[in-house]
Design a protein around this ligand. Structure first.
Ligand SMILES: [Zn+2]
Length: 208
């Protein structure tokens, strides 16, 4: 059976006026997700208790919204780095070479792709995929993301062992993760502006 035929996406509005999306799937249990700041309810096909679900998870939802608002406010203070795609790629390769030995990860292939849900990923075949939006991140965040992905070669999951490895080189990882979260919002919401400006900007120029 083609599952996609039965999936429906609906956008609804709750009583408070806040917008959220509903996606029906052939799943057994409902779940809540945040996609770049927007609440999404993923529900079994016959599920009709949205109001109850929202009430039950109100605290979690509000906490997430608080984090998102904080990230958005913070993103106003962030600086995007303007570098050419060529500069970005060679910088990325340089960082990869530097960290390959350190983290224990060994990279087979590097892919640069536009991704909508993550900065980078590392496959079981040791291929690393870098989100093209990383072109605008400061060097230290680029380094952190790459080191983070390479560390997944020794530890797939985000467990204590994983963070022990990370801490050897990035003891401030909590702060870096927070910054990445803010940059994510900035780049997702201002993607078109960013690319327009990049087209006109001189190499090495920074802007807010
Ligand atoms: Zn990870």
């Amino acid at each position: 059976m083609n599952m996609a035929q039965n999936d429906r996406d609906v956008v609804v509005r709750n009583e408070g006026g806040a917008e959220y999306g509903i996606r029906y799937r052939r799943i057994r249990y409902p779940r809540l997700e945040f996609k770049t700041g927007n609440l999404l309810l993923v529900l079994p096909l016959a599920y009709r208790d949205e109001a109850l679900l929202l009430r039950r998870h109100e605290r979690w939802i509000n906490r997430r919204i608080g984090m998102i608002n904080e990230a958005l406010a913070e993103s106003g203070n962030l600086t995007l780095v303007m570098r050419t795609e060529e500069e970005f790629r060679s910088l990325t390769v340089g960082i990869l070479q530097k960290y390959e030995g350190l983290s224990g990860g060994r990279v087979n292939k590097i892919y640069f792709r536009r991704m909508n849900s993550k900065w980078a990923s590392y496959s079981k075949r040791n291929d690393i995929t870098i989100n093209k939006m990383m072109q605008y991140l400061p060097d230290k965040l680029l380094s952190y993301v790459i080191f983070h992905e390479l560390t997944h070669a020794v530890e797939r999951r985000h467990n204590a062992n994983f963070w022990r490895h990370i801490e050897k080189s990035f003891s401030n990882h909590d702060d870096l993760e927070k910054q990445l979260f803010s940059y994510w919002f900035l780049l997702q919401t201002r993607r078109n502006d960013v690319e327009k400006v990049l087209g006109q900007a001189n190499k090495g120029l920074y802007f807010k």
